[in-house]
Write a protein that binds this ligand. Structure first.
Ligand SMILES: [Zn+2]
Length: 270
């Protein structure tokens, strides 16, 4: 077990990374640079001084209002910062350093993909197809990602898993669109599942599909009952895929492995 102060340090760095992810969510879909210019007030364009740019704390100090013009600051900024920090600290405690780095990249990409999907109902190819390339390369450099010892084996498993994930969701989306006679799901979700397969391997796909559709259905039904969502209107699916993957990393994988092991060993007579 890593000492607690390491987790605290990862939490602090994670909050800063979360702050950067907010910038990515805001600027990436608009085609703006994510490094320049420095942060400006969304409402009046005044440059934000460094000390108010502190993740989480800045928002609390300002009580959710811009110092320059009093404009309302979206609560989503501190939530993304807090969420990123918490997830990264949890991953730090669960995985050895190299796997942690790979999963931290994956989690960060998923948070950005979810935010953009929420706002614009698309996930940029740079994130999804870029993620596939990153996943396959990472599997070669770190074969443990695919539970293999040989880099080439791991890379092949990663590529096969990406193709499998992408084609399953592509076929599901096409079938659903055919039934509903309109586009039910974007191809961005299929590309995202391909990227997830490339990082996590094909054995994670049943969990991701089952858990994400369960969450999606529950939230969809609640929203329809509250009349906030009409039947047949496209909903962002990326956030549900992201949620399923984070649950997989935070314990789902270990739980399934234990469950399968128990059931298999009980069927083998001693
Ligand atoms: Zn302002």
């Amino acid at each position: 077990m890593n000492p607690w102060w390491e987790g605290l340090a990862v939490f602090g760095v994670g909050a800063c990374i979360g702050s950067f992810l907010n910038v990515c969510i805001l600027r990436w879909p608009l085609g703006l640079s994510i490094v320049r210019p420095a942060s400006r007030c969304q409402a009046c364009g005044v440059k934000i001084p460094g000390f108010l740019n502190l993740p989480i704390l800045g928002w609390i100090l300002l009580r959710g209002r811009a110092r320059c013009c009093g404009a309302h600051l979206d609560w989503r900024y501190p939530v993304v910062e807090l969420f990123t920090a918490t997830i990264l600290a949890a991953l730090w405690f669960l995985y050895p350093p190299k796997l942690f780095v790979a999963y931290a990249f994956l989690a960060a990409g998923l948070i950005v993909a979810s935010g953009i999907d929420f706002d614009h109902l698309v996930i940029p190819d740079g994130l999804t197809l870029g993620g596939v390339i990153l996943g396959i390369s990472a599997s070669y450099l770190l074969p443990q990602l695919q539970e293999r010892a040989d880099p080439t084996d791991a890379m092949i498993r990663s590529a096969v898993s990406a193709a499998l994930g992408g084609s399953i969701l592509y076929l599901l989306a096409k079938t659903a669109s055919w039934f509903l006679q309109k586009e039910a799901m974007g191809t961005g979700d299929a590309k995202l599942l391909a990227a997830l397969g490339s990082f996590l391997g094909w054995t994670a796909l049943p969990w991701i599909l089952a858990v994400s559709s369960l969450f999606g259905t529950c939230v969809g039904v609640i929203m329809i009952l509250q009349r906030k969502q009409k039947l047949g209107v496209k909903i962002p699916y990326g956030p549900y895929l992201a949620m399923a993957v984070l649950l997989w990393l935070l314990g789902g994988k270990a739980w399934i492995a234990k469950y399968l092991l128990n059931n298999l060993s009980s069927q083998i007579p001693n």
